[in-house]
Design a protein around this ligand. Sequence first.
Ligand code: SAM
Length: 268
Amino acid sequence: MTQKNKPHQHKKRFGQNFLNNDRVIQQIVMAIQPKPDQHLVEIGPGEAALTQPLLEVVKILDIIEIDNDLIGPLTQKLGHYPAFHLHHTDALTFDYHQLLKDENDRLRVVGNLPYNISSPLLFHLMQYGNRITDMHFMLQKEVVERITAEPGSKTYGRLSVMLQYACATEYLFTVGPENFTPPPKVDSAIIRLTPYQTKPYSATSESDLSDLVRQSFSQKRKTLRNNLKGWLTDDDIEACGVRPSDRAETLSVADFVALADCYTAKGA
Ligand code: SAM
């Protein structure tokens, strides 16, 4: 066997669990519903399980892959598609603005994401929310449950609040470990995130919102009064219609926006 045709050695550090089931791949493509006039971005193509069906349809597919060993094979296999644009780079630090063709261009972002970087990547992508139409991602099932959790549920936390602040979130379907090579240890799920172009609740300062949410959940078992000591008084919290004796996990996104606005106003 020549060097060129050697099977790919899956790299754990890049979260390489490749989809191996055509039915699941079709199910994901059907959920995405790619259209010929659209500009898609795929993060982590691997061996092109999703890439190829997308390339068949869309006008532009920007593909972002970090693993040097996959760049040659991807180019060889798919380089003839007019939509193919491969970027050998780190999706976590990549500036997605550079992909936009003009001021009307909007990106649809998709990917079976490496699980070890999914949260920082989602936070990175949130910065581009006003230029992204939607995102379809395969994530660890537990992370999808956390993102889509309702206030009061066990899994509701900082990730739920910050993503629900910025996007409509939908749990689409579960994908078992047997559909990947090598199989991961946990179930996965597909999520659709649709960034709000007009947010239902908008914080005066998003960086204050982010800081305040982090602080509110800093000690899960403590009340807001305790976690927000030095940030907001009981009177401040009550003025927002929230009980200081409540825990962060019971608050809605609207409650957090009210608390963050109060914190911003105090600092102004
Ligand atoms: N899309 C393929 C599939 O479904 O079979 C592969 C998915 S695999 C879970 C994750 C992919 O993301 C791998 O190709 C991996 O090399 C790539 N990857 C990992 N970290 C990355 C990063 N920081 N930036 C870009 N790609 C990354």
